[in-house]
Design a protein around this ligand. Structure first.
Ligand SMILES: Cc1ncc(COP(=O)(O)O)c(C=O)c1O
Length: 403
């Protein structure tokens, strides 16, 4: 039987990047001794007040269709938080609920881009971006955020990449996988490019609540940007709610109307009891959410301290998010092979940084959302693996005089 061309456009490198992760998860399910450091999902339980509210709604019979734009209560909570925390001027009619940030991203690509259009994307980018954008038939134009500038964007390259078919700039801040937090100055420059060329900006802010150094700035709150910016977010990371699939888009009312039509075709609305639980997550300033951030920060520091000791490898201290990048290019192995062999030899799963873009080729992405004992075990195994590579002379770095 024949499939549409879309099937080829959504089956790229991004899907392949999860190979080691999928094998690790399958092995773990069989009880094998594996350390999963390949996914941006904490081991924290969703906070009780959220679960209680969802259960209350479920028991109360909240099991029917809802509106495709999302419930007013939840939209109002999202708008209030965006105003209070990030200064985005939005009311509940400027918000639509989506099935996670991923769904908001896919929808944004569908509603803004078409065949032959170009979308500039700051690279490295989360692995689903490529397929989501290419699904529309548009051309993705990566703009580097190279290691030499600590993975911050090359604004000259951004300016130079704008062409007559450019429709939008897609970015994430904080960035997955680098943990870079775009500065106000960088966002001002990106905003100036968008205004000058009349472009949309799609800003994925799913990690905004996990900034350890620096300040999260929402590009939507900069001068003249509200009418051309879509701010995407979700509760997946901030509230340990990956499986609830609650996300949103904040944008101009005209966009929200189209988004509601698309939601009607795609999801027909999110379950009501899920939205009730989600509303509590945003209405209350749950102390536990801040505690989760502190735990993640401590795990980041622990992982960074251990990886700094790995022979022949280098790492960067991420300012935000859940991931640390490990530079493996001096080992003589490609990051893909390193990732594969680390799993085969030591049963530690990671993701090849090259899957996120050329700027992170030669790195591995390690998640510190894993539990403390998993991180400890993972560090021990990675150090042993790096040492073994060095001993086998499998590496391109010089031996130390006393080894
Ligand atoms: C940058 C980025 N955007 C979007 C997503 C998808 O998040 P959600 O679970 O809200 O769909 C992820 C998930 O890891 C991510 O890292």
């Amino acid at each position: 039987m024949r499939f549409s061309k879309l099937t080829a456009r959504i089956a790229g490198e991004g899907a392949a990047a999860w190979d080691v992760h999928s094998r690790a998860v399958a092995a773990r399910a069989k009880g094998e001794d594996v350390v999963v450091m390949s996914i941006g999902e904490t081991d924290f339980a969703t906070p009780d007040p959220i679960v209680d509210e969802a259960v209350r709604a479920l028991r109360g019979g909240d099991t029917h269709y809802t509106s495709s734009q999302g419930r007013p209560r939840l939209r109002a909570a999202i708008a209030a938080r965006a105003r209070a925390r990030y200064g985005i001027a939005v009311e509940s009619d400027g918000v639509a609920i989506t099935s996670g940030c991923q769904n908001a991203l896919y929808a944004a690509a569908q509603l803004l881009l078409e065949e032959g259009d170009e979308a500039l994307v700051l690279e490295p980018m989360y692995v689903t971006y490529e397929a989501s954008l290419k699904a529309t038939g548009a051309v993705m134009v990566p703009v580097p955020c190279p290691a030499v500038s600590e993975f911050h964007p090359d604004i000259d390259a951004l300016r130079a990449a704008v062409g007559p078919r450019t429709r939008a700039i897609f970015l994430a801040t904080p960035v997955n996988p680098t943990g870079a937090v775009l500065t106000r100055e960088e966002l001002e420059e990106i905003a100036a490019v968008a205004r000058q060329h009349d472009l949309w900006v799609v800003s994925d802010e799913v990690y905004a609540d996990f900034v350890y150094e620096g300040e999260h700035v929402a590009i939507a709150c900069l001068e003249g940007m509200a009418e051309r910016t879509l701010t995407l977010g979700s509760l997946s990371k901030s509230h340990a709610m990956t499986g609830w699939r609650v996300g949103w888009v904040i944008g101009p009312r005209s966009y929200i109307a189209h988004m509601s039509n698309l939601a009607l075709c795609m999801t027909y609305g999110l379950p009501g009891f899920i939205q009730e639980g989600a509303a509590i997550a945003l209405e209350q300033d749950l102390e536990i959410v801040d505690s989760m951030k502190q735990v993640l920060r401590a795990r980041r520091d622990k992982l960074h301290a251990a990886m700094s000791r790995a022979p022949g490898l280098n790492c960067w201290l991420p300012a935000a998010g859940m991931f640390l990048l490990l530079g493996v290019d001096r080992t003589g192995l490609s990051s893909r092979d390193f990732c594969e062999r680390l799993y085969e030899d030591e049963r530690v799963s990671s993701v090849d940084g090259g899957a996120f873009g050329a700027s992170t080729a030669g790195t591995l992405r390690l998640s510190f959302a894993a539990s403390d004992w998993q991180i400890d075990k993972g560090c021990e195994r990675i150090l042993r693996f790096a040492e073994a590579l060095r001993e086998k002379g499998d590496t391109a770095w010089p031996r130390l005089a006393n080894s």
